[in-house]
Design a protein. Sequence first.
Length: 297
Amino acid sequence: MSTPLKITIAVACDNHYLIMLAALLKSIEVNHKSAEHIDVWIIEDDIPEPNKKKLGSSLDPAMFTLNWINQKQVIPKDMQLPLDKNTYPLNIFMRLFIPYFIPDELKKVLYLDVDMIITRDISELWNTNIDNYIIAAVTDSTWVYIKNSVKNYKELNLPGDAKYFNSGLLLMNIDKWKEHDITRKVIETVNQNRQYTQFSDQYGLNVNLVNQWLELDPLWNYYADGKHPNPFNIHFFHRKPFYKSYFNSPVYKDVFYNYLNKTKWINTKPVGEAKRYFIKTSNILEKLPLYVKSLIS
């Protein structure tokens, strides 16, 4: 399914989380030992050009090609973002549109949340065979089964004992994704079940991909509140390690700063709570036009 000497990764990032993306990509660089070149597609929300250059200069150009695309260009004209009721930024939905902007010749893409640190060679994950699946992902360790996370699973006629995955890491089979029209289905699911969608995109994906995804080793998406000595991928799913109020594993925080300090963000000071709440407020304000549009229609 894949070009042997190329790995394709997609992420969504705003300027606030660029520090996380820098550490993530540096961790991939340090641990990537095989020959594949890595193409990274960055769905961005008006990140200033100097900061884009800062990221590029933090990485080995022989290993990476960075492709920047504004999130306004990502959404197909015949689709619209769903409307949810949480404080997460709109860019959480950008993963749904990856199959519609990447080059047609690509058959597989690895989506990663930017709040991750990869400690293994990414090629080990990339070379997973997903020919018979729409995606590969990791079971969510907090909400293991559909019945734990999809509160209206009975109304949707879903098997409660089916596994539930975290959407922060998705190895995507592009042809099968398009064939099953997953993007449109997820958007419709979120809009129709808004009161149940705490984690909007994740809810919609799990509802529509029951028993159609390959379960990966849980160490490929390991939450930062754990204690495993050697996770393959540390996911800072809640409070980020560059916040003063970070409360998960201090060992994993040190791992984050070890990679961050190999970039142009070396010796960056932690961010206080005021900035964190400002970002959450900004996320809500970003969604206001969607709410107004829904009231009008």
